[in-house]
Write a protein that binds this ligand. Structure first.
Ligand SMILES: C[S@@+](CC[C@H](N)C(=O)[O-])C[C@H]1O[C@@H](n2cnc3c(N)ncnc32)[C@H](O)[C@@H]1O
Length: 378
């Protein structure tokens, strides 16, 4: 079957599912069209309607904008835009409290939701999954339905959003340093779109990359016995078409970071460092060195801190060396591992990404000592 014919059939299915209010299934079918035709205006519109149906208002708004920008008619979009405006007004008038739950309390609900899913109650299961994730975003791994492709990003974004909210911000920024083909970046954006609806806070997403693969290494600390210049090239068009509203900042990071300022009122709360090299990571740390750019604590994911067969990683090269040297620069700005991560991450089972989570602490930040704990569950 031709791509066009298949898309037309799937579009028919999407519309039928939407008429039956089967939003979750409609979302899946619409997304399957967009996998191969990312700018298909009617599939984007269908996706927006499906998202709106399950209360993912901000994400619906972004997809609707993308549909309109790619040819969906103004009169077709107008009623959905009006519904989005109303939903946003209602949300503002009745904000949901953010509650706190310990993991052992969620296990029963996770099982119940997964049983519901297995027995075919997809809507019920997805509602329960949503609620669990709203309360305990760290459950992303066990919630298969919304299971984030990269739970490490889902986790980092949700921690940033939660801290920003508790400190009184209406928005927060999250960054991936090192985008390459964009698998991680798309996952970061997906997590942000999901969490901003879930926690009712705006999340700005930025990605920094050279756009032409790895640059020439500077010295031994860039460990060129592991990586080669030119590795990890980006397919610009492929990636840009699949992004919703995340911003890609291309160029040598030591330059681009200098002119970058997070949007006003949206300090940086999560950074993924995946630039491989010591030199590039040290440049990216400029965002942490900058006054007023970040929350007092920034969740950080470091991708390249592990070893493999021919890569005996250590604190004298790569990202680990960059962390060591950054920490020598100041008494009040430190990047540190989380002590006893199993407590912090609240996972009963250790996962391979847990040791990659660090936190940047800015002890002199005016809000470092502001009480920031979620309210206990009533
Ligand atoms: C391992 S890849 C990133 C993979 C990506 N995070 C993912 O998970 O799909 C590393 C990327 O860092 C980028 N990079 C490394 N050093 C850089 C520099 N100095 N300036 C800009 N980009 C850089 C390279 O262009 C490359 O695309």
């Amino acid at each position: 079957m031709s791509d066009q014919k298949e898309a037309a059939e799937r579009l028919g299915m999407t519309e039928q599912l939407l008429r039956q209010s089967k939003y979750w299934q409609a979302e899946k079918v619409a997304r399957s069209i967009l996998d191969t035709q990312p700018l298909h205006p009617q599939a984007l519109l269908g996706l927006a309607v499906a998202l709106l149906g399950v209360g993912r208002v901000d994400e619906a708004a972004h997809q609707l904008d993308k549909a309109a920008a790619n040819g969906a008619g103004a009169e077709q979009c107008a009623p959905w835009r009006a519904q989005i405006d109303t939903a946003r007004q209602n949300r503002k008038a009745n904000p949901r409290p953010m509650k706190y739950l310990w993991p052992y309390q969620t296990q029963g609900d996770v099982k119940r939701a997964n049983d519901m899913m297995a027995s075919g109650d997809v809507e019920g299961a997805s509602n329960l999954h949503r609620e669990i994730l709203r309360l305990v975003p760290h459950e992303a791994h066990s919630v298969s339905h919304f299971g984030a492709q990269r739970p490490n990003y889902f986790y980092g974004v949700s921690m940033a959003a939660r801290l920003a909210k508790m400190l009184g911000y209406e928005a927060v920024s999250v960054i991936e340093f090192g985008v390459a083909a964009g698998d991680g970046f798309r996952s970061l954006e997906q997590s942000a779109l999901f969490i901003q609806d879930l926690l009712e806070i705006e999340i700005k997403v930025f990605g920094f990359d050279l756009g032409e693969g790895l640059p020439t290494p500077v010295d031994y600390r860039d460990a060129s016995f592991v990586w080669q210049a030119g590795e990890y090239k980006m397919d610009h068009d492929f990636l840009r078409q699949r992004l919703v509203n995340a911003e890609l900042i291309l160029g040598e990071v030591s330059e681009t970071i200098k002119s970058f300022t997070p949007p006003k009122g949206a300090p940086v709360g999560f950074c993924s460092f995946d630039l491989d090299y010591y030199s590039s990571t040290m440049s990216a740390f400029d965002i942490l060195r900058r006054k007023d750019a970040c929350l007092p604590r920034v969740c950080c994911y470091f991708d390249d801190i592990i070893s493999h067969f021919f890569f005996p990683n250590c604190e004298f090269i790569g990202e680990l060396a960059a962390i060591e040297d950054f920490n020598k620069e100041s008494e009040t700005r430190k990047i540190a591992r989380i002590n006893k991560p199993q407590n912090h991450l609240m996972f009963p089972i250790a996962e391979s990404w847990h040791p990659h989570i660090f936190y940047y602490h800015d002890f002199a930040h005016p809000q470092y000592n502001t009480y920031a704990m979620p309210e206990p569950l009533a």
